[in-house]
Design a binder for this molecule. Structure first.
Ligand code: UD1
Length: 382
């Protein structure tokens, strides 16, 4: 230590570079940015938007609805193949890391931006904190599963949302000290915005009555990239649509396949543009049932106590089944039909809220980072 600096010199703030890129990242980064902003004296946050999602409806509206600060940097990478998208984020983030010299990189979830930012950081010896670590579907054909496994293998802080995650990480050889069960930042966001969403008049505007409609989302490549598979799903889902309104905000990926391959076919679903966070939450709250292939919606319906039928063969979020309101139905139309009938005939499931899904996950995460990083940061030289 230079003679001019005393042992009690104030420490400079921890420079934390947070990365968000695609729609499901935004609700996870929001409560973290809020918590970091409350600790301005301890943290200097830099928010990077990779630009993986870029439409008003897929990106901007979330920043507005959730009060996320304007990103400090937008890398503007846009769409592309997995290789292109990952590579572009990797190259752009590496440059930024060299320029900004953060003490830590914070990544969330499992999208291509998550693994790209992680790889760039660890190669430059910048430690990575991964929020929503340890989830495993066991299906390596899912691009997100590869992103999860690789991100976790090289991260220094692994923040988990449910007990299965720790089991998975320990099995993969991650030292226990790196694993922190902190709860669910996505549910922090849900709890913070639930009352606001409840006041919206979305149901009246769409002519829906509470419990008198279903909500559907579909965007997994395994469900929507094959027109035949999508046609099969629409067949059974349209039969549900004959009995009650099925509101279907269409992801751009799915819209592309519909426009190209399914023009003129019978689809009895109420298709809409992708909805903003608050409006979608309003619809989830009072749905009779939700049908989805999303990861996050399985958690949101569990937190809301709304029945969810997951149109996938597996889930990386088993707590939503063992404790919540989720059922893994698969993608076979007959199985879906049966599950729908059962759901229509049965009383609502009485799920319980998983441990630590209490709105304080971001606080726990930032506490741990502050504790662990404060000791590593040199005194202020300013
Ligand atoms: C990505 C994530 C997925 C997440 C999903 C939520 C990966 C591997 N996948 O999948 O985990 O659940 O986001 O949406 O990271 N497009 C637009 N506007 C946009 C963004 C995309 O029109 O703002 C279109 C483009 O045609 C693009 C396609 O949607 O090619 C797919 O986008 P992409 O980011 O590649 O993957 P998602 O399917 O959205």
């Amino acid at each position: 230590m230079p003679a001019s600096q005393s042992k009690t010199a104030p420490h400079r703030p921890i420079r934390l570079l947070a990365v968000a890129g695609a729609r499901p990242n935004f609700m996870k980064i929001a409560p973290l940015m809020k918590e970091l902003a409350l600790r301005r004296d301890r943290f200097e946050p830099i928010l990077v938007h990779t630009g993986q999602h870029y439409d008003q409806a897929m990106s901007e509206s979330f920043f507005r609805d959730l009060g996320i600060p304007e990103p400090d940097v937008n890398l503007g990478v846009g769409s592309g193949s997995h290789g292109e998208q990952t590579a572009q984020v990797l190259v752009a983030i590496e440059k930024l890391l060299v320029e900004r010299k953060p003490d830590v990189v914070l990544v969330v979830g499992d999208v291509n931006s998550t693994i790209a930012a992680t790889l760039a950081a660890v190669k430059l010896h910048v430690p990575v904190a991964h929020v929503e670590s340890g989830l495993r579907s066991g299906d390596r054909a899912m691009p997100e599963e590869i992103n999860r496994v690789l991100t976790d293998a090289v991260s220094e802080w692994l923040f988990t949302t449910e007990p299965s995650a720790e089991t998975n990480l320990l099995r993969e050889g991650v030292p226990k000290e790196k694993i922190h069960f902190v709860g669910n930042v996505m549910i922090d966001t849900l709890l913070a915005h639930r009352e606001h969403a409840r006041r919206l008049d979305s149901l009246e505007r769409l002519g829906l009555s509470p419990r008198g409609y279903a909500v559907l989302t579909l965007h997994r490549p395994s469900n929507v990239d094959s027109p035949d598979q999508l046609r099969r799903l629409f067949g059974v889902l349209s039969r549900l649509g004959d009995r009650l309104p099925v509101v279907f905000p269409v992801h751009p990926r799915t819209r592309g396949v519909i426009e190209k391959n399914l023009q003129g076919e019978r689809i009895n679903l109420r298709m809409t543009e992708p909805l903003g966070y608050l409006e979608f939450l309003r619809l989830l709250m009072d749905a009779q049932m939700v049908l989805t292939d999303s990861g996050g919606i399985q958690e949101e319906t569990t937190a809301l106590g709304v029945p969810c039928l997951t149109l996938r063969e597996s889930t990386e979020r088993p707590v939503t089944v063992s404790e919540g309101t989720n059922t893994i139905v698969g993608t076979d139309p007959r199985a879906i039909e049966k599950a729908i009938e059962k759901q229509l005939a049965s009383p609502w499931p009485a799920g319980r809220t998983p441990a630590l899904w209490d709105g304080r996950a971001a606080v726990r995460i930032v506490d741990i980072l502050e504790r662990d990083l404060s000791g590593r940061i040199g005194p202020s030289v300013g």
